[in-house]
Design a protein around this ligand. Structure first.
Ligand SMILES: NC(=O)c1ccc[n+]([C@@H]2O[C@H](COP(=O)([O-])OP(=O)(O)OC[C@H]3O[C@@H](n4cnc5c(N)ncnc54)[C@H](OP(=O)(O)O)[C@@H]3O)[C@@H](O)[C@H]2O)c1
Length: 326
C-alpha cells in the first residue's frame, strides 16, 4: 500500500488551502515532508503567513505553476500532491497531473474539488460551473501511474464573503444571512435540506483522507459536517445574536432559476455561485450515506459552532471577496 507521507500542496494560502495546511500541521509528526509550492508574488504579498508556515516546519518551494521545470523540481521526493488552486486554475491542473503521472515517486493527486458533487446525477454533466472540474476528473482517470482522491464537501458553512453563512452582498436575493442588519433571505420556505462542510472540517477530512490512503484511493469521497435547512440556520443565528427575531424574506426556486438565467445572460461574475446555490437547494448535496466513516469518522463541527464562527467572521473578518469565481 502506498502511504501519503511526503505531501506537496498547491494553493496553500488560498481560501481553502489555508485550512488544509493548518489541519495537516496538526499531525505533523505523521508526515515525512510537508511542502507548499507557491509563487514569488505570494511570498512577497503574504510574507508574514509564509514566515509562520516555515516556522512550523513547512518547506516553501517557490516557482511558477505554469513552468514545467519548476513543477518537476517541486515533485522530487514527493509522494502526494494536494491541489487547492482556485477556479481560475482548474484546467491548468491537467498539466500538473500529467507531470505528476510522469514522476515515478508521485503516486496520488488530490485535484482541487472541495465543493459540489460534479457527478451527482444525470443533469450534473450539463452544469456550466462543473465543466472544467469534469475535464480534470476525466484526465486523471486516464492516468497510468497516478491514483486520485476527489474530496466532495458540498457548500462551506462559513461566513466569509460569498459563502453560505455570509450576507452574500452582490447576490443577496439568492440567499443571505446578515448579522449586522439582522436580516436574512431564505430559499423557498427555508425548509430545504442541504449538507454542508465547514472549511475547518474540509481540512480535517482531507487530513483523514491522507491518513487513510487505501480507503480514499481512486474515490470521490462524499463528506459533510452536517445537514440542515435555511430555517434552522436562521434560528441558530437568532439565538446567538441576542434572541431577537431577524427580518426575513424568501426567494423561491423558480425566482432563483430566473436570477441564474439572467446572470449567465448578462455575464454577471456571480453566475457560477448562483448556479451552485440552485444545485445545493434542489438536492444536489444529498445522499443516503456519506463517506466520513470510511476515513475514520473524524470529529466534525456542529451547526452551532459554524454559526458562531460565521458571526465572528462577519463582524471582524475580511469583507471583500478575494477568490476567483471563474
Ligand atoms: N464548497 C464551497 O462552498 C467552495 C467555496 C469556494 C471555493 N471552493 C472550491 O475550493 C477550491 C479552491 O478555491 P479557493 O476559493 O480556495 O481558491 P482561491 O483562494 O481563489 O485560490 C487558491 C490559490 O490558487 C493559487 N492561484 C490562483 N491563481 C493562480 C495563478 N494564476 N498562478 C499560480 N497560483 C494561483 C494561489 O496559490 P498560493 O496560495 O500559492 O498563492 C491561491 O492562493 C476550488 O476548487 C473551488 O471550486 C468551494
Amino acid at each position: 500500500m502506498n502511504a501519503c507521507k511526503r505531501v506537496l500542496v498547491f494553493g496553500a494560502t488560498g481560501l481553502i488551502g489555508r485550512h488544509i495546511v493548518r489541519q495537516i500541521l496538526t499531525r505533523k509528526d505523521d508526515f515525512d515532508r510537508i511542502a507548499i509550492f507557491t509563487s514569488p508574488d505570494t511570498v512577497r504579498s503574504k510574507a508574514e503567513e509564509i514566515k509562520q508556515l516555515k516556522n512550523e516546519g513547512v518547506e516553501v518551494l517557490v516557482g511558477s505553476l505554469t513552468d514545467e521545470a519548476d513543477v518537476r523540481k517541486a515533485y522530487q521526493d514527493i509522494d502526494t500532491v494536494v491541489s487547492a488552486v482556485g477556479r481560475n486554475m482548474i484546467v491548468h491542473q491537467i498539466e500538473l497531473i500529467r507531470l505528476a503521472d510522469e514522476t515515478p515517486n508521485v503516486h496520488r493527486f488530490f485535484p482541487s474539488e472541495y465543493g459540489t458533487d460534479i457527478e451527482h446525477n444525470r443533469d450534473s454533466s450539463g452544469e456550466k460551473p462543473h465543466q472544467n472540474k469534469l475535464k480534470v476528473r476525466s484526465f486523471i482517470r486516464s492516468c497510468r501511474n497516478l491514483d486520485h482522491t476527489f474530496l466532495v464537501t458540498g457548500p462551506y458553512a462559513d461566513g466569509d464573503p460569498g459563502l453560505y453563512l455570509s450576507p452574500n452582498y452582490g447576490a443577496v436575493r439568492t440567499g443571505s444571512f446578515d448579522v449586522r442588519t439582522k436580516t436574512a433571505v431564505l430559499l423557498e420556505s427555508g425548509d430545504l435540506n442541504i449538507a454542508f462542510t465547514t472549511m475547518c472540517d474540509v481540512g480535517k477530512l482531507l487530513l483523514a483522507a491522507l491518513t487513510h490512503p487505501e480507503a480514499s484511493r481512486n474515490k470521490a469521497l462524499r463528506v459533510k459536517s452536517f445537514t440542515t435547512t435555511d430555517g434552522k440556520i436562521l434560528e441558530e443565528f437568532e439565538k446567538q445574536t441576542g434572541g431577537e427575531k431577524w427580518q426575513v424574506s424568501y426567494t423561491s426556486i423558480e425566482e432563483l432559476r430566473k436570477l441564474e438565467k439572467k446572470a449567465w445572460a448578462t455575464g454577471d461574475h456571480q453566475a457560477t455561485l448562483i448556479t451552485l446555490r440552485r444545485i445545493w437547494a434542489t438536492g444536489g448535496t444529498l445522499y443516503h450515506e456519506w463517506d466520513n466513516k470510511l476515513i475514520g469518522e473524524p470529529a466534525v463541527q456542529t451547526l452551532a459552532e459554524a454559526v458562531a464562527t460565521a458571526i465572528d467572521v462577519q463582524l471582524h473578518g475580511e469583507q471583500e471577496m478575494k477568490r476567483k469565481l471563474v
